[in-house]
Design a binder for this molecule. Structure first.
Ligand SMILES: [Zn+2]
Length: 181
C-alpha cells in the first residue's frame, strides 16, 4: 500500500535517502517511513535537514529506524556511527523535534496541546481536538526533563521548549521541585 499511495511520507523518504536508506526496489518506502499525521511534516522536514547537515559534516553513518507517534508526541529512533560531537548534535535535533511535536497539532501543524479521549492521548489544536484538554501545571508546560551522566555525576537538565524560536531555554530544576543528586 505505502508503495502505491504517494503522500508526504513518501516524499520525505525520497528527499532524504541518505537518512532513510529506503528499500532498493521502492525508493519511497523505508523502515522508518513516518507513522504520524501530516501536521508534523514540517518539524520532521526541519529535523531531517538538520540531521543531514550534521551527518555530512561528520562523515559518519546514520539510519532512521523508526518514526512514530507515541503518547501524543513524536518518537524518532536511529542507528549509526557518529563521532560523540555529531551524536550529541543529532540527539539535540531530535529533542527539538520531539518537543515541537508536543505543542503542534498532529493533524494540521498549528499550535496544539495535549488532549485525552478515553485512553488515547493526542496533541491537537482546538479545531482537531477530541476528548478533553489535559490540564498541565503552567510551570511544567513544554518542559523537558532529561538525565545526563557527566563523569560520575548524574545531572538533571530541565528545559522549556519555546515554539516561537524553536529552541530550548534552560530552567532551574529546583523551581520545578525536582531534586538533583
Ligand atoms: Zn489542527
Amino acid at each position: 500500500m505505502a508503495g502505491v499511495v504517494r503522500d508526504w511520507r513518501v516524499e520525505l523518504v525520497k528527499a532524504y535517502p541518505d537518512l532513510f536508506h529506503p528499500l532498493p526496489d521502492s525508493p519511497g518506502v523505508a523502515q522508518a517511513s513516518p507513522e504520524c499525521g501530516e501536521g508534523w511534516r514540517d518539524l520532521l522536514e526541519r529535523a531531517c535537514a538538520r540531521i543531514r547537515a550534521a551527518v555530512q559534516a561528520d562523515g559518519g553513518s546514520f539510519k532512521a529506524t523508526q518514526i512514530k507517534e507515541k503518547y501524543a508526541t513524536l518518537r524518532f529512533y536511529w542507528e549509526g556511527a557518529l563521532s560523540p560531537k555529531a551524536d550529541a548534535q543529532v540527539d539535540e535535533i531530535i529533542d527539538l523535534a520531539e518537543a515541537r511535536s508536543a505543542c503542534t497539532c498532529e493533524v494540521c501543524g498549528e499550535e496544539g496541546r495535549l488532549y485525552q479521549s478515553g485512553c488515547w492521548m493526542m496533541t491537537r489544536c482546538a479545531l482537531h481536538a477530541e476528548g478533553r484538554a489535559v490540564v498541565i501545571e503552567p510551570s511544567f508546560e513544554n518542559v523537558q526533563v532529561k538525565e545526563r551522566i557527566v563523569g560520575e555525576r548524574r545531572e538533571i537538565i530541565c528545559r522549556r521548549y519555546d515554539r516561537e524560536t524553536d529552541s530550548f531555554i534552560v530552567i532551574d530544576a529546583g523551581s520545578l521541585g525536582i531534586e538533583e543528586e
